[in-house]
Write a new protein. Structure first.
Ligand SMILES: *[C@@H]1O[C@H](CO)[C@@H](O)[C@H](O)[C@H]1NC(C)=O
Ligand SMILES: *[C@@H]1O[C@H](CO)[C@@H](O)[C@H](O)[C@H]1NC(C)=O
Ligand SMILES: *[C@@H]1O[C@H](CO)[C@@H](O)[C@H](O)[C@H]1NC(C)=O
Ligand SMILES: *[C@@H]1O[C@H](CO)[C@@H](O)[C@H](O)[C@H]1NC(C)=O
Ligand SMILES: *[C@@H]1O[C@H](CO)[C@@H](O)[C@H](O)[C@H]1NC(C)=O
Ligand SMILES: *[C@@H]1O[C@H](CO)[C@@H](O)[C@H](O)[C@H]1NC(C)=O
Ligand SMILES: *[C@@H]1O[C@H](CO)[C@@H](O)[C@H](O)[C@H]1NC(C)=O
Length: 674
């Protein structure tokens, strides 16, 4: 593993505490006993990792005990990488807290995570690259390691979860994601005159480097450097090329301004600590033969407003989770509930950088209708073509968005549009119900279950107890058999709790677990007014009139809609970006629904049941996939069914289409409908 591990704590911090666990027991609840022995010998106790070279500005001398105080008192414009890293490294390792954290994470990944067994699969057909991963084994290994650094402990868990390549699985700890690290240069890899190279997408410092070729990063060929980073440090997809698109700069729709704006991508703007205090670039610009060598430090953008004065108040105020009173989950049941998208930087890194609305952004594409998840554009140069942008499935009001979608399609019809491009770039999911609705607005169901996935769930004793209570109580969703269809009885839902009470044992990749039988979520039928309108549109149920445009940054509910249209209805997709001449997934992490650990804990509390897990002491967003889906008639879970991810057509980014969606849409319209 080559994950971000350069911050091995020097042996000088705090007391060295041994943290270990007993050999894993086969029972479902592994108890991890923190060993109370305090080893005070000044030897580094982490023996499995090489100690990194001290960086410039990363002293080998003991870190000041008050590193967090220095961080707190430094003016935000003068903040450096080292200030943040020194503070993170100064947080003392607390073995009891670590034991609680690891025991909970282990229970989640052992007993609840649906891909624990599938992740062991040996082969990863193209376009996937994942090696088999034993997440339980990795976490148990962390349990057996000795730690002196709290930061390293949490970073090792993060690394193990990242390696799953599942965008739904996240281990995000506020304590170590309180500062954003940003580069002034953002990058992309367009094809110019048939040749692909890494180039500067934008330069925040406005030095005129836009579109200069980036020859090397940290001394290595730039493309190879980025691909290695995508393969080893980035977990948003099983496909390196989709990962590259997540990492690099793109245009993203901004609902506030109603414009597409440049987004730096997760390589140039990170919430986790980068591998060093700066990146070295060698640029080649068209106006000169001389290469330009740049050493670019990370800019530091604080994301917290909690006050602290030293390491202990940092832990108390920033890291530790306050005790929360559990609110019953919002009513409305599981389908209407938010299906949290992947972890991303939600706070604006820099306030005030979003341009105010400036009127129509594209001279050649009129906005007909704009909602909070969808926007409908009409292409002037291809008047028979409309673009339905669906940039999220997580609008504040999914029901209201259904009316926006109807209004948008009616507006297309009024403009005599017959061809539709669905632009899914940057859509990392949301409501599965809204996704199923959209699928049916273009391809109305012939059978009630046409837009529903066969699915199954892991079953444990604790989950059975929860499901029993859920069955007769309102307010606890997700594990209520009444929300699931009994596939042996048409499209009727379960009338008792047998789905969870009578699990079946299945062995997958040599690991044996209890599972529900195959079932599917019970989607309410789409209301008549929508289906009546859909029946009148010229493109309805016509694959040849519809194209999908994606860059693989289409996850969860977005992947589900893409799957239905491409695999079941034969719609062709254009996948843009990645590496020229290689495959690129149409979508990422489409094979499951996601649940937050804190939400699961909330269900147990509301049900007055004891959860098999303790709450994690630190503020966190730990998420996991819980409902495993399959393509129709497939035995490999969709998450791992690489064949279903391949697009029919590939496109390359160019300097023009990467900066203007209008150009990109016209490229697709021209290629699709000659
Ligand atoms: C980034 O660019 C800004 C100007 O926009 C400049 O003030 C700042 O010093 C630059 N930061 C780094 C780390 O180069
Ligand atoms: C979109 O969001 C705005 C602001 O939250 C809200 O006022 C509006 O009602 C929303 N529109 C729809 C269709 O949900
Ligand atoms: C759509 O086509 C009809 C019939 O040909 C025509 O009367 C109408 O003007 C067209 N509408 C637009 C907006 O072009
Ligand atoms: C739900 O309530 C009904 C009626 O009281 C009862 O017969 C049934 O056993 C309960 N189901 C579960 C799963 O507790
Ligand atoms: C599911 O449907 C089948 C066929 O109608 C029936 O035999 C079975 O009891 C049902 N299962 C549950 C749990 O309702
Ligand atoms: C099958 O579904 C029907 C509703 O469609 C229901 O009346 C019946 O009780 C169900 N049968 C079983 C065995 O669950
Ligand atoms: C849990 O306990 C509270 C207080 O005793 C009670 O009001 C509530 O109904 C119980 N909930 C369930 C699901 O049994």
């Amino acid at each position: 593993m080559v994950l971000l591990r350069s911050f091995i704590l020097s042996a000088s911090v705090a007391a060295l505490t041994v943290f270990s666990n007993a050999a894993p027991t086969p029972s479902s609840s592994v108890s991890i006993e923190p060993t109370p022995t305090a080893d005070r010998e000044p030897t580094p106790t982490v023996t499995t990792e090489p100690v990194s070279e001290p960086h410039p500005g990363h002293p080998a001398t003991p870190i000041a005990a008050n590193a967090c105080g220095t961080l707190a008192h430094t003016n935000s414009e003068e903040l450096k990488y080292k200030h943040v890293v020194d503070c993170y490294n100064s947080i003392p390792f607390d073995s009891a807290q670590a034991a609680t954290t690891l025991a909970t994470v282990l229970t989640i990944f052992k007993d609840y995570y649906v891909f624990t067994d599938s992740a062991l699969a040996r082969t990863a057909p193209a376009p996937f690259v994942n090696a088999p991963q034993d997440i339980v084994g990795e976490l148990e290994k962390i349990g057996r390691s000795k730690y002196t650094s709290d930061y390293k402990f949490h970073n090792d868990i993060l690394a193990a979860v990242t390696e799953l390549g599942d965008g739904h699985a996240a281990y995000s700890i506020s304590c170590y994601e309180s500062y954003i690290f940003a580069q002034n240069l953002t990058l992309y890899i367009p094809v110019v005159n048939g040749e692909q190279s890494v180039r500067v997408y934008s330069d925040e410092a406005k030095r005129g480097y836009d579109d200069c070729i980036v020859e090397t990063i940290n001394g290595e060929g730039a493309l190879s450097y980025l691909r290695t980073y995508a393969r080893d440090n980035f977990g948003m997809s099983h496909d390196t090329n989709a990962r590259l698109n997540f990492m690099l700069a793109s245009q993203d729709y901004d609902t506030v301004s109603g414009n597409y704006i440049g987004s730096p991508g997760m390589f140039s703007q990170r919430s986790t600590v980068p591998e060093g205090p700066h990146l070295d670039y060698k640029l080649k610009c068209s106006d000169s033969d001389d290469p330009i060598e740049l050493r670019e430090e990370w800019r530091i953008l604080p994301q917290i407003d909690t006050a602290f004065t030293d390491s202990s108040s940092y832990v108390k105020n920033v890291c530790i989770a306050p005790l929360v009173t559990v609110e019953p989950p919002a009513e409305g049941g599981l389908l209407r509930r938010r299906n949290e998208p992947v972890h991303r930087i939600t706070k604006r890194a820099e306030p005030g950088t979003v341009p105010a609305p400036t009127g129509p952004q594209f001279p050649g594409a009129d906005v007909l209708v704009a909602g909070n998840a969808t926007v409908f554009y009409h292409l002037k140069s291809h008047p028979d073509t409309g673009v339905m942008v669906c940039h999220t499935f997580l609008p504040s009001d999914p029901e209201a968005e259904k009316d926006v979608i109807l209004a948008g399609l009616v507006a297309f019809h009024d403009q005599n549009v017959t061809n539709i491009i669905v632009d899914f770039q940057g859509n990392t999911g949301g409501s599965v119900d809204l996704s199923a609705f959209l699928v049916q607005m273009l391809f109305p169901n012939k059978d009630p279950l046409d837009a529903a996935f066969p699915a199954d769930m892991r079953v444990t004793k604790a989950l059975q107890e929860l499901s029993k209570l859920s069955f007769n109580a309102s307010g606890i969703s997700y594990f209520n058999a009444r929300d699931f269809v009994n596939l042996s009885n048409g499209s009727a839902v379960y009338e008792n709790n047998d789905l969870f009470d009578k699990p079946i044992t299945q062995t997958r990749n040599g690991r044996s677990s209890l599972w529900t039988e195959k079932t599917t979520l019970n989607f309410p039928p789409v209301a008549e007014k929508y289906m009546t309108a859909a029946a009148s549109f010229p493109w309805t149920a016509k694959a040849e009139n519809i194209r999908i445009l994606t860059d693989g940054r289409c996850g969860s509910a977005c992947g589900m809609a893409s799957y239905f249209w491409t695999a079941l209805h034969d719609v062709a997709a254009y996948a843009i970006g990645g590496t020229h001449g290689e495959d690129l997934s149409m979508f990422s992490f489409a094979g499951a629904s996601v649940l937050k650990m804190a939400e699961l804990q909330g269900f147990y509390k509301i049900a007055n049941l004891t959860s098999p897990m303790s709450d994690v002491p630190y503020k966190n967003s730990i998420t996991f996939s819980w409902l495993q889906m399959y393509g129709k008639g497939r035995t490999t879970p969709l998450e791992y069914d690489a064949e279903l991810y391949r697009p029919k057509f590939r496109l390359d980014f160019t300097p023009e289409n990467a900066r203007s969606r209008e150009v990109m849409w016209n490229d697709v319209a021209a290629a699709a409908w000659k």
